[in-house]
Design a protein around this ligand. Sequence first.
Ligand code: R5P
Length: 297
Amino acid sequence: MLLAFPDYALQSQALAAAAGLRCHIVDVHRFPDGESRVKLPAALPAEVVFCRSLDDPNAKLIELLLAAATARELGAMQLTLVAPYLCYMRQDAAFSPGEAVSQSIIGRFLAAHFDRIITVDPHLHRVDELCVAIPSASALALSAAPLVADFLKTRLRSPLLMGPDSESRRWVEAIADRAGFGAAVCTKTRLGDQSVTIVLPDVDLSGRQVVLVDDVASTGATLARTAEQCRERGATRVDVMVTHGLFVGDAIPALKRAGVSEVWSTDSVAHSTNVIPLAKLLAEGLLARSRSPAHGA
Ligand code: R5P
């Protein structure tokens, strides 16, 4: 049985259909004081898959804790979490004394409550393997790069893929390799939540179509500053492609003001820019895991 949450119901139902699972929507009620009531079906099979994307994560993590503990009380033995967007992966070090290293704390929290975790393009920078961030017997990181490459090939002929920072290099190069496009990466300095400086690489952009590629867009500031500079350098068109489109606040209008034509994302986070469904990829990961229970990735 796959248990979905109302905020990610359509995508979860598509995953259940692709994996051949029954789907039930968990009943979630948020009380006026911010607490949550979570209600599961009264009878559960031994194996349960929860599907929830962890954008806007704090309340969702508590609700997952309530749901996982209740599922075990109801007799479920094997719990899998499919979280297409995995939260708190960016804080992977204490940048000043006393800072919580959220990646490993949240990773341990999830590993304590779920036997298997499946996600897509987690933001792993100083940590290479998902099973280090989530010390679970079974943590699988799927890549949306092939789907992204195939999508971009249907839209553009020979764009230059531009990553806004060194951390985007792995996505940009994986997509460029498969699509046969050129790739380049900028240098980013973060000054604050919504303030970054971008230095473009030394490539000729005049008359080029550029696609900015990143794993996560939050405020959109990183992509907006990069787009402005690409336009100033003569790019005729700049589009944006991200795996996880959080797009908080006025991120989309800000990208448009910066000269971005189209904004595309996978449906790891439900958003109007979604053009690439992940259900088939996630179902393959889910079914492969069922056949081969003992591997980390
Ligand atoms: C960080 O390295 C990520 O890949 C993104 O570049 C970052 O999270 C984007 O944040 P924002 O959209 O707020 O600039």
